[in-house]
Write a protein that binds this ligand. Structure first.
Ligand code: LRH
Ligand code: MN
Length: 391
């Protein structure tokens, strides 16, 4: 694609940021609190608005329930709108309640399954209240030892809960089913891979889509192949972008393996995934799912959005005709070279230009650093309980 055309596509890019990235987070070893961290969802939205303000391409924020529970969700959505944001995916949470030790919707006890399913249905109510069109479903459900439970029966229970939620979805609403290979369960996860998620979604219908969290695969997995497959099947609903060196590290997208992110974005382009009209007009949701355990959170989000922009720009600059011709001719090195030329292109000047054309500063990191916002929130946000992964 020509730089001019790439810029046009980049101008319409929309990257969704996660509310939980602005709260404290960590590992089982330690959660390091940071000064100025939000104390409530309204302050999380304010911080997310800074990312959109300086990048121009982060107009949506995902919520996580109950971490973002508020008495009046309409008020929260209005607050977001005042700051130029809309509410994106509502994330359910059936992984932090004592009742869910042996599973949530897959639990052997129907009372626990009922409780978990009711939480998922409550999340759809919150979609109605906030104007959100997506429910993101991740289940920590699984087992730690062979024989612990009946794998097939758990799949039946999962299917029953998903069907009930599916039936509750309204017009223009869909759910995104997320898979994860391991953690917190270490023998089976009930939705461990794209195939399992895909099978459940196909069984339900067009409102059930798969979300690819880039940190949820076995080391060495060719994630872009999965992306190509899901796009071809019309079942790629979205991404939870982050990066990892080993496990579900939730590091800044593109920081560990920018070449992998580029390869993923190339398959998104090849599969027409940048066209918001696919999937019956619901498109593909480009979401971040990250935790900034030791780095300042708002700049880390700005850097992450820029990393997605850079990988997207490189994928858009791939000479589509040249690579198609080389592939058709069996020109292995020629085809690979076309892709590598794009990957090795410095797209930062083009993105700086794009931002300036959008009336933004060419360097979002420098602009945010010079805004005084970071100092202001440290001074203002004294007292109260800082937000984190607790309710
Ligand atoms: C699970 C997950 C899921 C979210 C959580 C914050 O690992 O990726 O998407 O609920 O992180
Ligand atoms: Mn995720």
């Amino acid at each position: 694609m020509k730089p001019q055309d790439a810029k046009a596509a980049l101008r319409n890019q929309a990257i969704e940021v996660p509310s939980w990235a602005y709260g404290n987070s960590g590992t089982r070893f330690k959660v390091f609190a940071q000064p100025g961290v939000p104390r409530d969802p309204f302050e999380k939205v304010a911080d997310a608005a800074q990312v959109h303000r300086y990048t121009g391409v982060a107009p949506r924020i995902s919520l996580h329930i109950p971490w973002d529970r508020v008495p009046d969700y309409g008020k929260l959505a209005a607050h977001a709108a005042d700051l130029g944001l809309t509410i994106g995916a509502i994330n359910s949470n059936v992984f932090q309640d004592d009742d869910y030790m042996l599973g949530s919707v897959t639990h052997p006890d129907p009372r626990v399954r009922r409780k978990a399913t009711d939480h998922l249905l409550e999340c759809v109510d919150i979609m109605d209240a906030t104007g959100s069109r997506e429910l993101k479903l991740w289940f920590s459900d699984g087992t730690n030892y062979p024989g612990q439970d009946d794998t097939r029966a758990r799949q039946d229970r999962l299917a029953a809960a998903l069907a009930e939620v599916y039936a509750r979805l309204g017009t223009g609403q869909r759910f995104l089913l997320e898979y994860k290979l391991f953690e917190p369960a270490f023998y089976t996860m009930d939705v461990p891979d794209w195939g399992t998620a895909y099978a459940h979604c196909v069984a339900l219908g067009p409102k059930a889509m798969v979300v690819v969290d880039t940190g949820h695969h076995a080391p060495g997995t060719n994630i872009e192949f999965i992306v190509a497959m899901l796009l071809r099947a019309g079942k790629l609903g979205g991404f939870d972008f982050n990066s990892r060196f080993y496990a579900d590290d939730d590091l800044m997208v593109g920081s560990a393996d920018p070449f992998q992110l580029f390869r993923i974005m190339w398959e998104v382009r090849r599969g027409n995934g940048f066209d918001p009209s696919i999937n019956d007009g619901s498109g593909v949701s480009f979401m971040l799912d990250q935790c900034h355990n030791i780095e300042p959170k708002i700049p880390a989000q700005i850097r992450s959005v820029m990393n997605v922009q850079e990988a997207t720009a490189k994928a858009l600059l791939v000479d589509g005709d040249a690579i198609a011709a080389a592939q058709a001719a069996g020109d292995v090195l020629g085809a690979n070279a076309v892709l590598m030329d794009a990957f090795n292109t410095d797209v930062r000047p083009l993105l700086r230009e794009l931002r300036e054309e959008q009336g933004l500063a060419g360097d979002p990191m420098r602009a945010y650093a010079g805004s005084g916002y970071a100092e202001r929130i440290v001074a203002d946000r004294v007292g109260g309980a800082q937000a984190g992964w607790g309710a």
